[in-house]
Structures are given as C-alpha cells and as structure tokens.
Design a protein around this ligand. Structure first.
Ligand code: RET
Ligand code: FE2
Length: 533
C-alpha cells in the first residue's frame, strides 16, 4: 500500500474508532430506502465502547471505552434511532471527577475517589479480588423479562430497552459465587438464561460455575430480578488453582455444555497485585503456547462432567458458534486462533497511523469443527478414530493414557463475530453469519457461510465498516435462513450517512437500509427484541 492511501485509511480508522461520541437519546427518524418486510417489527439493541477519554485522561484500549447503547426501532415501515451512554457507577464516578477513576481491561486508573462505590487497596489484600467495573459495554442479554447491558465482570446493569435508560446494578456474586462471568449466555428452550463464570475461591479453590437464571420469577408478586433466583447447575474445578482459563463464551447443545479450558489464563496473583504494580488487568492474562486445550463436556441432566479426558492442541477461542448432538457425538464449532495476539491489536495506540504495518493478524481466525464421541470402545487400540459421522473429517483419536485427542476440521477462514439463527442453537444447523476479516482484525465485509456447500456470500460497500450481523427469523420460517440479517454500518464517507443494513437471509442481498445523519459508533454485540403480536 502506498503512503497516501495508507494515510487515507488511517483517517478512516480514526473515524471508526473515534474516541468520543455524542449520545442522541431522543428518537431520530431514519431515512428508509428499499422495502422493509412488514413482519419485521421490534427493536435492535446494540452495545459497544463510545467514549475513550474523560477530561484530560484517555483509555488505552478500545474495550475500555464507556458503554454507549444504541437502538433501531422498526415499526410500521418506520425506523427510529437512539443512543445513550450507560449511566454506570463507573460512568458517574468518571464524570464527577472529570477524569478516568475506575480501571478497565487495558487501563489501570488510580487513585480512586469513589471510595464508597469501588473499594480498593485495603480490600485487595483481604479479598484478593479487586472490585471490578460496571462499565457494561460488550453485549445485551435477557434474564426473564428484563434486559441487561453486560461485560465480563460480576456486574450487569438493567436497562430500559425502549428509552435506553440505565436501571439497577446487579451483582452476580450476591447470588452465585462468581467473580467474573461471560457476556455470551445461552437461552434454553424454556427461555432460561444459562451462563458461566469463574469463582476465585479462597485457598486457591478456583472453579468454573455454570448457572441458570430462571425465565420466570418464582415469586411473581414481588418484582424482583430473576437473577436473584440464579442457581448453580454444575461446577468444574480449574486445573491451575491460581490460573483459571480466560474464556469469552461457551457452547450449549440440547443436553450438554461445552467448555474449553484453554491455555490463555488469568494469573490470580498478578490480578491481586496489579493495582500496586500500576499495570492493567490485560497484563494479568498470559498465553502458554506449549499447553493443551482441555475440552470439558457437562451433561445438563446429571450435572456431571464426562469422565473421559478430551483435549486438543493449544489454541485461543473467543467465540463459540454452535453445538449439537448427532448419532452419539457432540459436534461443536468455534472461531480459533493460534495465539492470543487479537486483544493486543485493539490498543488504541495501534489503531492509528501505523495501523497497516502493525496490525497484521499473526494468525487468521479459523472456523473449526470439533467432534466428541459420546460412546467409545474402552478396549480400542491406540490411534483409533472414534468419529463415525460421514459429514466431517474431524477426528477423535485414542491416546495411550486413554485420553482422547480431538483433531478439528477447518470449515472456513477469516470469520469473526459469528451469529446463527438462534432457533437452531443446539441443533444441527447449516448457516453462519459473521463479520469477514482477512489480515486485519477490523471487518470490512459481512458474510453468510453455508457449512453444507462450503460456499460464502459476501456483502461489502466502499468506506463501510460493518458490525456483527444478527439474524432475525421471519414469523413462519420454514427453512433455517428464512428471515433477515441486521447489521449496523458505520460509514466514513462524508457524503454518506451510517445506516442499519437489512439483508435477505437467503440471498444475502440488500432489501432495505435505514440511514441516520448522526455519528454512529462501531459496536460489539447486540440483541433483537421482536414486538409482541
Ligand atoms: C475488566 C476486566 C476484564 C475485562 C475484559 C473485557 C472487557 C473483555 C472484552 C472482550 C471483548 C470485547 C471481546 C470481543 O470479542 C477481565 C479480563 C475479564 C478480568 C479483569 C477485569
Ligand atoms: Fe463476544
């Protein structure tokens, strides 16, 4: 790339990762082009970082930015946009002090004047685990009827999905013993919310906990949050008691939970001393390139982990795509990297002038399919492949010590932020909708991947930066791809507004777009709430 196009690209990136965004809390009518399907009525809620400096201070990492919620409400052919900063305690403390006073993933902040809210030094020694941020910027989830903005700490924030107002702060730790929890829960057929978190116990009794938040509040007359009725489904002891794995999501089939204990770990001693050492939380994550990845399979019915030891090579996974059972096997798909360099690329210092030189992915994301045999001959010879499915080349090989080595099939390359038709979660499925990345971590395309034909359909447009594509099924859907894909597109063309893109689920071609002439931020994940009929 020559230097002038490099500079132009840097200016575009600067806009995409712009440090400070404004909020537009009042509904703003979007300009609709094309034909919105009449059945598509509801609100697309999305979350992501929207403000990377407060007063004279700036965050160092893109994942640190203050949560900015935005929504597109689609009703009777019209689309309205709003955006609002999450009024987290973190946001309020920062604003009050006019500087960053609460630590985030990539930025350690101190001293902290919000003594009453975020406890610090003294409790670090007695409890080991610091009090984390409630800057819930990663995703939007549902617990019963309530909607929450979430991150990966113990705090989630209830929001009003219509006005985007911030409601109560809920501390998972009060109801289940987790210090961290994923921002990617699952929902079972009864609409219960299933999530996983890490419990950093005293005397090194560290474990991973799978918990269920009931869809229905058992004490209906009391308007309590369903999270208060959370119950532990199962727990898995951590292999390293002071170094639990870091994980961003997990898989769930009809009867099983799939958890990857990967060699990308959180060092508890580093975490406990980070504040004193003046280093960020990110530096407490370490990658162990010579270790294996353990695959834990929990049976939801017995609440027990399968006793066979399944493992695969060293890898780093952030997003699970789907998992299902077929003829006594579990099939699960993930996006895997060969190292942990991805998160480092999102330091804001890397997202400017030298972006193209510095931010080449050292490993492209690979979409990998793993298969676990649910039954196997204990007397089989070493090297026997236990996989009987004809549809895949994935293997599960017997090792000398009776453990099973899982060798994946690579389905495709270059996809991240995967979504599926969630009605097919836990079921044999065919399509993955994702952001498409090549050698840079920033997507410029979105794609629909057909697992059966191995074909990929792509949407792209000049100066357009797409966000995670979300699939919404049509009301009487017969086939898996009967529906639409929604993606928020940030435009860096001064002549073109940012817009909500609506693609046809089958052809992956545009059916409508709703443009808004305001500054729209690049977001991470979201949730669609259909209007009730
Ligand atoms: C604050 C904090 C954390 C935050 C992690 C974050 C904010 C991760 C974001 C990941 C994203 C956005 C991934 C996208 O694919 C940790 C490391 C869990 C533990 C220590 C405290
Ligand atoms: Fe994610």
């Amino acid at each position: 790339m020559d230097s002038s196009s490099g500079a132009a690209r840097s200016r575009e990136l600067e806009k995409v990762f712009s440090r400070t965004r404004k909020e537009f809390p009042d509904p703003l009518k979007a300009q609709v082009q094309g034909n919105l399907p009449p059945w598509l009525q509801g609100t697309l809620l999305r979350n992501g970082p929207g403000k990377h400096s407060v007063g004279e201070t700036s965050y160092k990492h893109w994942f640190d930015g203050l949560a900015l919620l935005h929504s597109f409400t689609i009703k009777d052919g019209e689309v309205h946009y709003r955006s609002k900063f999450l009024r987290s305690d973190t946001y309020k403390c920062n604003m009050e002090a006019n500087r960053i006073v609460v630590s985030e993933f990539g930025t350690m902040a101190y001293p902290d004047p919000c003594k009453n809210i975020f406890s610090k030094a003294a409790t670090y020694l007695s409890n080991v685990i610091p009090d984390f941020t409630d800057n819930c910027l990663i995703n939007i989830i549902r617990c019963g009827e309530d909607v929450y903005a979430v991150t990966e700490t113990n705090y989630i924030r209830k929001i009003d999905p219509h006005t985007l107002e911030t409601l109560e702060k809920v501390n998972y730790t009060k109801y289940v013993a987790v210090n961290l929890a994923t921002s990617h829960p699952h929902y079972d057929s009864a609409q219960n919310t299933i999530n996983m978190g890490t419990s950093i116990g005293e005397k090194g009794k560290t474990k991973y906990i799978i918990f269920k938040i009931p869809a229905v509040n058992p004490e209906k007359e009391k308007k309590k949050s369903c999270v208060k009725y959370a119950e532990v489904m199962c727990s898995i002891p951590s292999q390293g008691l002071l170094s639990p794995s870091y994980y961003h999501s997990f898989g769930m089939s009809e009867n099983y939970i799939i958890f990857l204990e990967q060699p990308f770990k959180l060092d508890i001693m580093k975490l406990a001393t980070a504040y004193f050492r003046g280093v960020n939380w990110a530096s407490c994550l370490s990658f162990h390139k010579d270790e294996k990845t353990w695959i834990h399979i929990v049976d939801k019915r017995t609440k027990k982990t399968l006793s066979t030891k399944f493992y695969t090579d060293c890898m780093v996974v952030y997003h699970h795509i789907n998992a299902y059972e077929e003829d006594n096997h579990i099939v699960f798909d993930v996006i895997a990297y060969k190292d942990n360099s991805l998160y480092d690329m999102f330091y804001l210092a890397n997202l400017n002038e030298n972006f193209d030189e510095q931010n080449v992915l050292t490993s492209v994301p690979l979409c990998k399919r793993f298969v676990i045999p649910l039954q196997h001959d204990k007397n089989a010879e070493v090297g026997t492949n236990f996989i009987k499915l004809l549809s895949t080349t994935a293997k599960a090989l017997k090792e000398k010590d009776d453990s099973i080595y899982c060798q994946p099939e690579v389905l495709c390359e270059g996809i991240e932020l995967p979504r599926i038709n969630y009605d097919y979660n836990g079921k044999n499925y065919r399509y993955i909708y994702a952001a498409h990345v090549q050698w840079r971590p920033i997507p410029t395309q979105i794609s629909k991947y057909d697992i059966l034909t191995k074909k990929m359909l792509i949407w792209e447009e000049d100066h357009c930066w797409p966000a995670e594509p979300l699939f919404v099924p049509s009301p009487n859907a017969k086939e898996e791809d009967d529906g639409v894909i929604l993606s928020v597109i940030v435009s860096t063309d001064p002549e073109k507004a940012s817009f909500l893109l609506i693609l046809d689920g089958k052809t992956f071609t545009e059916i409508a777009r709703a443009s808004v002439k305001v500054d729209v931020h690049l977001d991470l994940h979201g949730y669609f709430i259909p209007d009730e009929k």
